[in-house]
Design a protein around this ligand. Sequence first.
Ligand SMILES: [Zn+2]
Length: 177
Amino acid sequence: MSRSRRSDNWGFPRWGGYGGSREAAQVRLCDRAGCTDRGDCPAPKSPNSPDRWYFCQRHAAEYNSGWDYFAGLDAEEAAEREAAERQTHEGFRESAHYAWAGSGDGTRSRDELRALDLLGLEPDAEFDAVRKAWRAKAKEVHPDVRPGDAEAAKAFQALQLAYEVLRAAEERREWRG
Ligand SMILES: [Zn+2]
């Protein structure tokens, strides 16, 4: 049975045994991609949102000090990771138990939610709103408008990544019908 070979560790949200023992209590893992530490530090997803990320102490500190989720990733890596997360989420698509709190229909990946947050949108925002917000924000920091401004260039790149993540996800949804 493939079911019994499943890891406990790839649910959505992420839960897993802590301390290496299968008998260990199920604890929530840090929401930072790739981190397997215990995520017991809640952090608001956006100032007016009741939704929370759960990070380990290190990543909570990073997040609270204005950590840019998309920094250091190029578009390809971001899209790749987004796709990987969606694949692991796929098996739980029909299960309300695994739906991400506050993610609308529960089918958005963490990267999508982070991208929406970056654009200042709610988790259930339609793609039209995504395009609008992206255009408005990207215009402000566009290299043509802010030549030689490194901060603006970084912000512009992050917006492009966020948009790319959401556009790819929207395409997959349309494909599936
Ligand atoms: Zn962490």
